[in-house]
Design a protein around this ligand. Structure first.
Ligand code: HEM
Ligand SMILES: [Cu+2]
Length: 643
């Protein structure tokens, strides 16, 4: 028996992914640990990232409660440092970024008419490595203390002599591991979008969410390696006494800031570009108009992608790089505002003259537009070095990035969830409860972060456990904290709406919004093989032109074009244990490195290597299923076929 077969679940192909129409819980945990189906992995990403978002929100609430009044003693200075560090790390690496990747996992193959990502097992590995990295970081709270060096972890604060606790090691090792997951998923998405599009789907017909995910994946490929190198350098300094960031040995700690922000600024685009993609799906659907300036949005996205690597020192304007460097990066930072602004006008142009339906999803999309634009404007202000010399490390900066990352990405992803929940579940969310959450969440979000601009302009420093009374900061902080409490209620109602929708939402049907792209052309939820027949694409908004053929521009691709794809049936890869085992072995690897036990590190690496070889040798497994005409024949013959 080939090694790959050991322990692998029976190769009968993945059960129909009717997660919510026929509970698959009965299929047990194993079917989730071994799944390689992009839809299930997408759901795992979304659930996991929202759990981390919940943890990050609790940390944020603790921070705000501590800062509700001056000289408060609710949190000790050290625990406060741990809370804002964990909050920042969680929100950026474990919550908001994976939300985008989760939506991409579920919808990119469906949008391009493919049946899965190019490398399904690598995809599973990517998810479990992210999970293992996040879990490892959170065990720090129970194993001596969480990281307390800020989400930026500047050297030499992170040296063993300055920070002997394990917190910094949890940060370095945890992000080193979870970053591997992000990198392999990005590679997978790039290969999928370039190689697995349906017949007729040229690049200028690819839906905008998928386009933005393609650009995002390239940013990940170029941004994560510098961070991974920097993390490994500090891991080596703290474990093997190397001297990468030891000033006494002639090292220049500012290297860390360069490497961190060469990653860090593109990271904000890795967070916001998927959000741009979601908004570019939602607004045309609920304006009943094609996306205004489709090619321009793509070009501006690509331009942002490139320029995103040319602005990083605007985070270092006060580190003494000099007027020449500051001026150059001030210019590039301002220039990047242009393509972003163009997008805002494209979305407004799409709404303009449209038949707008103010669904909950559309309301969040409009709130995104307003909130993100305000955040963008304060971004331009912060691109001006003299202004940043005043505002750097104050609450003005905290307000700015929450407006763009929180108000931007978070609101967009919530809009995306109200939009795509029916496709994932086959059920509709309650629109009345949805609108109630909207009118609680969005105003309270503004109540948290808008006052922080003024606290910052008055000089309130960030990353400080308390603030002095009597200089006018009290009102801004109290408003901000009240806002955080109200937003907490909104988030709970949002989760309630998701659960109620999941349990007893009304049936949604395949295309409840009369939408435009291919994911709406298959069932809700989609069968595990995604499409009964290989879709053929005749124009942009492929599903729209399927429904309204009169709207096709130019020559039609004949339906028969799908035939060659369907003739041999579709191959759906089987479940596999090895991606899960290979990823799980990175947990003992992390603890081995944390406690300087290189035996454990070595053995874990051996398990990773063996599991990876086993995965390569286990063969494709899974099964061929009849699709297209063969499926019809099968259905007629009553032999399984359509699920
Ligand atoms: C849900 C509501 C949220 C609240 C109330 C909140 C509140 C805060 C506060 C008060 C700080 C400053 C702590 C300090 O400097 O002392 C902070 C820092 C931060 N927040 Fe949030 N936040 C929220 C959501 C988010 C989201 C969605 C993101 C998205 C990525 C995010 C990312 C960050 C980052 C990166 C930091 C910097 C941490 C550091 O200085 O090391 N936050 N947050
Ligand atoms: Cu930046």
């Amino acid at each position: 028996m080939a090694i790959g077969k050991l322990g692998a679940p029976p190769v009968v192909g993945q059960p129909p992914n009717t997660l919510l129409t026929r509970p698959t819980w009965t299929e047990g945990l194993f079917s989730w640990l071994t799944t390689v189906d992009h839809k299930r992995l997408g759901i795992l990403y979304l659930v996991t990232s929202f759990i981390f978002f919940g943890l990050g929100s609790i940390e944020a609430l603790l921070i705000r409660l501590q800062l509700a009044i001056p000289d408060n003693t609710l949190l000790s200075p050290d625990f406060y440092n741990q809370m804002f560090t964990m909050h920042g790390v969680t929100m950026v690496f474990l919550a908001i970024m994976p939300m985008g990747i989760g939506l991409a996992n579920y919808f990119v193959p469906l949008q391009i008419g493919a049946r899965d990502l190019a490398f399904p097992r690598l995809n599973a590995f990517g998810y479990w490595v992210y999970f293992v990295g996040g879990l490892f970081i959170y065990t720090s709270l129970f194993l001596g203390g969480a990281p307390d060096v800020g989400w930026v972890a500047y050297a030499p604060l992170t040296s063993l002599s300055n920070n002997p606790g394990l917190g910094t090691d949890f940060y370095m090792i945890g992000l080193f591991v979870s970053g591997i997951g992000t990198l392999v998923t990005a590679m997978n998405l790039i290969v999928t979008v370039i190689n697995m599009r349906a017949p007729g789907m040229t690049m200028m017909r690819v839906p905008m969410f998928t386009w933005m995910m393609l650009i995002t994946s390239f940013l990940i490929i170029f941004a994560f390696p510098p961070l991974t190198v920097a993390l490994f350098q500090v891991m080596m300094d703290r474990t093997f006494d190397t001297l990468f960031y030891v000033p006494a040995a002639g090292a220049m700690p500012i290297l860390w800031q360069h490497l961190f922000w060469i990653f860090g600024h593109p990271e904000v685009y890795i967070i916001i570009l998927p959000a741009f993609g979601v908004i570019s799906e939602v607004i045309p659907t609920f304006s009943r108009k094609p996306l205004f300036g489709y090619p321009v949005i793509i070009l501006s996205g690509i331009f942002i992608g490139f320029m995103g690597f040319a602005v990083w020192t605007h985070h270092m304007f006060t580190t003494g790089l000099g007027p020449v460097v500051n001026t150059a990066f001030a210019l590039t930072s301002m220039v990047i505002g242009i393509p972003t602004g163009i997008k805002v006008f494209n979305w407004l142009g799409t709404i303009w003259g449209g038949k707008v339906r103010l669904t909950t999803s559309m309301l969040y999309a409009i709130a995104f537009l307003v909130t993100f634009t305000v955040g963008g404007i304060t971004g331009i202000m912060l691109a001006v070095p003299p202004f940043t010399a005043q505002a750097h490390d104050t609450y003005f900066v905290v307000a700015h990035f929450h407006f763009v990352m929180g108000g931007g990405a978070l609101l967009a992803f919530i809009s995306g969830l109200y939009y795509w929940f029916p496709k994932i579940t086959g059920k509709l969310l309650d629109e009345r409860l949805g609108k109630l959450t909207f009118w609680i969440m969005v105003p309270s979000f503004w109540l948290i972060f808008f006052p922080q601009h003024f606290a910052g302009l008055m000089g309130m420093p960030r990353r400080t456990q308390t603030f002095v009374p009597g200089i006018g900061l009290e009102i801004w902080n109290l408003l901000s904290t009240v806002g955080a409490l109200i937003m907490g209620v909104g988030l709970i109602l949002f989760v309630l709406n998701i659960i109620l929708g999941f349990v007893r939402g009304k049936p949604a049907g395949n295309d409840p919004w009369d939408a435009r792209t291919l994911e709406w052309s298959t069932t809700s939820p989609p069968p595990y093989y995604d499409f009964d027949r290989q879709p053929v694409v005749n124009d942009r908004d492929a599903h729209w032109v399927q429904k309204y053929p009169e709207s096709v521009h130019g020559e039609r691709v004949p339906e028969s074009a799908s035939e060659p794809y369907d003739r041999g049936g579709a191959h759906i890869p089987g479940q596999s244990w090895y991606p899960f085992v290979a990823a799980l072995a990175l947990l003992p690897f992390s603890y081995g490195w944390l406690y300087d036990n290189m035996w454990v590190v070595g053995i874990s690496m051996l398990v990773v290597t063996v599991a990876t070889y086993a995965w390569a040798l286990e063969g494709v497994g899974g099964k061929h299923i009849p699709v297209g005409d063969a499926l019809d024949a099968d259905t007629e013959r009553g032999e399984g076929g359509r699920s």
